[in-house]
Design a protein around this ligand. Structure first.
Ligand SMILES: *Cc1c(COP(=O)(O)O)cnc(C)c1O
Length: 391
C-alpha cells in the first residue's frame, strides 16, 4: 500500500491526485508529493529500515511507489558517507565527511531522481519521456527508461562532454545537440514536443525526481545514527538536492526520527554562473537569469532554476549560505580531493570543497562542526574537459 496522499503546489493552495501524470501546477509552480506521515509514524519505526537492502528504496513508505514490482531500480542510493580525515587535517577540521554520490548507477546522484520519476511514469502508463540536460540527468533518464521499456528524447548543449552523448545513445535514447545552454535546450525541446505524447521530465517540472533526491537527506541521518550533520555543502544547479533534503529533514522531524537543530545548507556555484548566490546576497526571493553562463562544472551551469524561490527559502531557513568559487579553485579542489582521499570527484564536487575553503576563511564554520561535502558524481565522465586543464 502507498502512503502517498496527494500532490500539493509549493506556491498556491491547489492540490492534485497522484493517479494521473502531472507537471507544474496550473499557477506555474512545482508540485510536492505529500504523504500520510502520521500513519507512517504509527506503522513504521525507523529501526525497521536498518535491515533493508542498501538502496534508496529502503525508505519506500516515504516514496511514491510502495510495491516492489513497480520499482525500476539499479541499486541507486545508500552511497557511502566517507570520513575525510586527510582533507580535514589540511583544513583544520575535526569532523569532515564526503557523501560520495559517484557510486550511483550512471555515476551520479541523478540516478536517484530518475529511479523515482521513471518508476512513477511507467506506473502511470507513460511510454515516451523527454528532458533538457547538461549530461548526468540525461544519462540517468536514458538508463532507467531503457530498463522500463520506454523511449527517451534528450536535448543537450552542443559543447556537452562526449561521454554523456555516447552514454545516452548506448541506452537507445534519441539525442539532439543544441547550440546554446540548458535553457536553450529546454526551448528547443518544447518546439519538438508539440503534438507528441512526450512526458516532460525537466527538473522540478515533474514531481518525483525531487522525491528520489530527498533520500540523500534520509541517508545522512541514518548513516550518522539519526543525528543530522551541522553543515551540508552542496554544488547547486537546479536545486533538487537542496530542496529535497530540506523536505526530508522536515518529514523526518514529523515522523519523530530526528530532533533538534537542522543542518545549515550551503549552496556552491561557479563565478561563471551564480544566479542563486547573487539572489541570496541581494536578499531576493527569486533569482534573475544569469547571462552567458560559463563553467566546466556543467551540472551547476543552470542560468535560471524554476525552483529558485524554494532553494533560497531553504538556504535562509537553515541559516545557511551561498558561495561562488572560481574555475581555478574548482580545478585545484578536484585535484585536492583526489590526492587527499582517493576519490576522483566531478568538478561540481570540487566546487563544494572550494566553497568550504571560503566558509573557513569567513569563519562561518567551527573546527568541530560535523561537515558533509557532497561529491555529486564521478570525475570519469569529465576526462575530456579535464584533460585540457589538469594534465
Ligand atoms: C545535476 C548536478 C548537480 C546539481 O544538482 P541539483 O540538485 O539539481 O542542484 C550537481 N552536480 C552534478 C554532477 C550534477 O549532475
Amino acid at each position: 500500500m502507498t502512503f502517498l496522499e496527494k500532490l500539493e503546489c509549493t506556491r498556491c493552495d491547489a492540490s492534485y491526485s497522484p493517479d494521473q501524470p502531472h507537471n507544474l501546477c496550473r499557477c506555474g509552480a512545482p508540485l510536492f508529493a505529500r504523504y500520510r506521515l502520521q500513519e507512517i509514524k504509527r506503522r513504521l519505526k525507523r529501526d525497521h529500515i536498518l535491515i533493508r537492502p542498501p538502496n534508496m528504496w529502503r525508505y519506500r513508505e516515504i516514496l511514491p511507489i510502495a510495491e516492489e514490482k513497480d520499482i525500476i531500480s539499479l541499486g541507486e542510493g545508500f552511497t557511502p558517507l566517507i570520513p575525510a580525515q586527510n582533507l580535514g587535517q589540511k583544513l583544520g577540521l575535526e569532523n569532515l565527511w564526503i557523501k560520495d554520490e559517484s557510486m550511483n548507477p550512471t555515476g551520479s546522484f541523478k540516478a536517484r531522481g530518475m529511479s523515482a520519476a521513471i518508476s512513477m511514469a511507467k506506473k502511470l502508463g507513460i511510454k515516451e519521456v523527454c528532458l533538457p540536460s547538461a549530461g548526468n540527468a540525461a544519462g540517468a533518464a536514458a538508463a532507467y527508461s531503457a530498463r522500463a521499456g520506454m523511449k527517451t528524447f534528450v536535448f543537450m548543449p552542443k559543447d556537452t562532454e562526449f561521454c554523456f552523448v555516447s552514454e545516452c545513445k548506448s541506452f537507445g535514447a534519441e539525442v539532439e545537440l543544441v547550440d546554446g545552454v540548458i535553457t536553450d535546450c529546454a526551448a528547443r525541446m518544447l518546439e519538438r514536443k508539440k503534438g507528441k505524447n512526450w512526458f516532460d521530465l525537466s527538473t522540478l517540472k515533474e514531481p518525483y525526481r525531487v522525491e528520489g533526491k530527498k533520500t540523500m537527506g534520509y541517508e545522512l541521518a541514518e548513516q550518522s545514527g539519526w543525528r543530522l550533520p551541522d553543515v551540508i555543502i552542496y554544488p547547486t544547479g537546479g536545486g533538487t538536492g537542496i530542496i529535497g533534503m530540506w523536505k526530508a529533514f522536515d518529514e523526518m522531524e514529523r515522523l519523530g526520527w530526528v530532533q533538534g537543530k537542522k543542518p545549515k545548507l550551503v549552496c556552491v556555484q561557479s563565478e561563471g554562473c551564480a544566479p542563486l548566490v547573487k539572489a541570496f546576497e541581494e536578499a531576493k526571493d527569486f533569482a534573475e537569469e544569469w547571462k552567458k553562463p560559463k563553467t566546466i562544472a556543467s551540472g551547476i551551469k543552470v542560468p535560471k532554476a524554476i525552483g529558485d524561490f524554494l532553494i533560497l527559502k531553504a538556504l535562509r531557513e537553515s541559516h545557511g549560505a551561498a558561495i561562488a568559487v572560481s574555475e581555478q579553485e574548482i580545478l585545484n579542489s578536484v585535484r585536492e580531493i583526489a590526492q587527499a582521499e582517493g576519490i576522483f570527484p566531478c568538478p561540481e564536487g570540487g566546487a563544494a570543497l572550494a566553497g568550504l575553503r571560503k566558509l573557513i576563511e569567513e569563519n562561518q564554520v567551527r573546527r568541530d562542526d560535523k561537515i558533509v561535502l557532497f561529491n555529486t558524481g564521478t570525475g570519469l565522465k569529465y576526462v575530456e574537459s579535464l584533460k585540457k586543464l589538469l594534465l
